[in-house]
Design a protein around this ligand. Structure first.
Ligand code: ZN
Ligand code: FE
Ligand code: FE
Ligand code: ZN
Length: 272
């Protein structure tokens, strides 16, 4: 079975195409399930170029459920959301996430302190940065996120590398510590192919992370982090190869917040 659980919509202000085009692309690429997981309202500030506004969330849910209904005979559409983790505004998130029956919630750390470090408009903060400390802070925040129990899957688990700023320290013990928390929370993480489209030119997370996660028995799922129909399931042949080489024989699938394991597919993209 093949799923893409990380697909954005135009509602976030930085993605292209219609909802129907996203689902048609998923069908054309032979997916069994496509999960729409747009950026949840941020709450730490409002930025129409980063996420929908809080009052648009009901419309988002309505639109995804409508897609699910209309495409029911051709593909399974899942209702997901990519929710941030940001300690100062968590209460808001807990409340809002509780309002709907999500198939799954992706947890992502995009902000540390007041810095949205993955925003290409905020690169000046990388000047003179203590990169090792930045990685430790980032991985620490992802671990704290897992401990909240609010999320089902970790989004782009090593997003700190997006702009190819690399830690010098050995990250393996920190990966292990984080993965222990992910496992205790009964979560999975995604292999996210979007890293291939950013300066780092590598999927999230790094092959070492995937190998250790498999060894520790932490499930994995698949996400393209598509922000356009063309990117739905992009590079999934490489993602499946990475997962398989790490030793996995299954991937995680979600329905109504419950995870189950399905056999890892072989995947030959139709357009290759
Ligand atoms: Zn985005
Ligand atoms: Fe993200
Ligand atoms: Fe995303
Ligand atoms: Zn993302």
């Amino acid at each position: 079975m093949i799923v893409d659980y990380h697909v954005h919509t135009f509602m976030c202000g930085h993605a292209a195409g219609t909802l129907d085009e996203l689902v048609e692309a998923a069908i054309a690429r032979g997916l069994d399930e496509v999960g729409i997981a747009d950026h949840m309202p941020l709450y730490y500030f409002e930025d129409p170029d980063l996420a929908m506004a809080p009052d648009e969330l009901p419309l988002y849910v309505e639109r995804v459920l409508d897609l699910q209904e209309r495409y029911r005979d051709r593909i399974t559409v899942r209702l997901g959301i990519e929710a941030d983790y940001e300690p100062a505004t968590q209460e808001m998130r807990v409340e809002i996430l509780g309002r709907y029956q999500w198939d799954y919630v992706i947890g992502s750390v995009h902000i540390l302190g007041d810095w949205v470090f993955d925003d290409p408009r905020r690169l000046e903060r990388y000047q003179g940065l203590d990169v090792d400390q930045f990685y430790l802070d980032y991985l620490g925040a992802v671990g704290d996120m897992a401990e909240t129990g609010l999320y089902n899957t970790v989004g782009h688990a090593d997003l700190a590398k997006k702009f190819d700023v690399r830690a010098k320290i050995d990250l393996e013990p920190h990966y292990r510590e984080l993965l222990g928390k992910v496992k205790d929370a009964d979560m999975c993480y995604e292999v996210n192919t979007a890293g291939l489209r950013w300066p780092v030119k590598e999927m999230y997370p790094a092959p070492d992370f995937v190998r250790i996660a498999c060894e520790m028995g932490v499930p994995v799922t698949l996400g393209s982090d598509a922000h356009s129909p063309a990117d739905v399931a992009r590079d999934f042949d490489a993602a499946i190869a990475l997962i398989s080489e790490a030793g996995y024989q299954s991937i995680a699938a979600f329905e109504g917040g419950a995870m189950r394991l399905v056999p890892l597919p072989e995947y030959q993209p139709p357009d290759h």
